[in-house]
Design a protein around this ligand. Structure first.
Ligand code: UD1
Length: 352
């Protein structure tokens, strides 16, 4: 085992998880993955292995299977858990809220209990900017109030944060980092790792890249009458490799035993939907047709991050700009037209 420690990545075959496993290996950590493969495939880890030359032990286990989890903690000397696993489709969460609560909250409770049994008190959690709800001011800093999320998916992120805060209050031997992501996009430079949604993509960038690749006809722009620079929604899009590096940086909190810490992982910059389409056209050299569609329920007009705290305390800055994000997505799209093998299944909408 390397001297830096062994990180268990739940959901480690997924989009953010797999990019982070790769960065962890490159930073000198051992990694172990558990994943139920409900929205991903082991192919992402094959590719991590191909890029790093390191084989990652991976277990197809659901976090609701507590006994299965115990076996992994018995087998590997885990020093820290990075908890990426969770259902994440906003729209679907509205239709099947109990499944979202059972899976995301139930899985997290099992994981924390097993960690406690094995005296592993270090946790880095994939949270989301969605916990901030309606902005009282912008950009969001970590002191902004949380809660008031409009959908069950967002609520699971908020409730898990609250659970972890209460756990830390009761048991201060824990070190817990809550990382609030702002719109992860992009792909690994190699074109071998990227976002591979099963079924019809819901998020903006996979839609844009599939339209550019002519897998979909045109992008529906959800609303052009918001109070924003051009009427379309404005977000803080962050390169997934920068996010992955943010997780490695967050291990400083564990090493220094700083207790519970919360950080935004974003760029501090904000772009509209139309700006994203234009940037993608520039990066790909391909025309991306779009049409204006009605607003999507629950969408906020604008939000972006204040990233001064994470810069000050962890020295982390997202240094990849918009052009690079779009170029990397386009490379991934061209090299993997249907996503990972076994993930492609055409464009079927699994959301309802
Ligand atoms: C959503 C979730 C967020 C989650 C993120 C990534 C909420 C409110 N947001 O963010 O928690 O972390 O997904 O999974 O829960 N858009 C279009 N056409 C499309 C798709 C999107 O115009 O086909 C627009 C949206 O209206 C929005 C922007 O593009 O203005 C970004 O949307 P999307 O990529 O879905 O991310 P968010 O909704 O910001």
């Amino acid at each position: 085992m390397s001297s830096k420690g062994c990180i268990l990545a739940t959901g480690g075959t997924g989009y953010v998880g797999s990019h982070t496993v790769l960065e962890l290996i490159e930073a000198g950590y051992d990694t172990v993955v558990v994943d139920n493969l409900s929205n991903s495939t082991l192919e992402s880890l094959n590719r991590v292995e191909e890029l790093t030359g390191v084989k990652v032990p991976a277990y197809t286990i659901d976090l609701l299977d507590k006994e299965g989890l115990r076996k992994i903690f018995s087998k590997h000397k885990i020093t820290c858990v990075m908890h990426f696993a969770g259902f994440k489709a906003v729209g679907r969460s509205v239709h099947i809220p109990l499944q979202y609560f059972r899976n995301n909250l139930g899985g997290t409770i099992n994981l924390l209990e097993v960690m406690d049994e094995f005296k592993v008190y270090n946790m880095i959690f994939s949270s989301s900017a969605t916990v901030y709800g309606e902005p009282e001011y912008l950009p969001f800093d970590e002191k902004h109030k949380t809660g008031g999320c409009t959908n069950p998916y967002g609520k699971t992120k908020f409730f898990i944060e609250e659970m972890m805060k209460d756990l830390f209050a009761a048991a201060p031997q824990w070190n817990i980092v809550l990382l609030r992501y702002f719109n992860p996009i992009g792909a690994h430079k190699s074109g071998r790792l990227g976002e591979s949604p099963i079924g019809k993509p819901h998020n903006l960038m996979p839609n844009i890249s599939k339209v550019a690749a002519k897998e979909l006809e045109c992008v529906s722009v959800f609303g052009d009458d918001f109070d924003t620079k051009d009427g379309t929604g404005v977000r803080d899009y962050t390169h997934v490799v920068d996010l992955a590096k943010g997780h490695v940086a967050a291990l400083a909190v564990i090493d220094k035993k700083w207790g519970l810490k919360i950080y935004n992982l974003g760029t501090g910059k904000a772009y509209s939907v139309l700006e994203m389409i234009k940037a993608f056209e520039k990066a790909s050299g391909v025309n991306v047709p779009y049409k204006i569609a009605p607003r999507r329920a629950g969408d906020l007009p604008t939000f972006w991050s204040d990233v001064s705290l994470v810069k000050k305390e962890l020295g982390w800055v997202a240094d990849k700009g918009l052009d690079e994000m779009c170029e990397d997505i386009w490379r991934w799209q061209k090299m993997n037209p249907g996503g990972y093998p076994g993930c492609s299944n055409g464009i079927q909408d699994m959301s309802s």
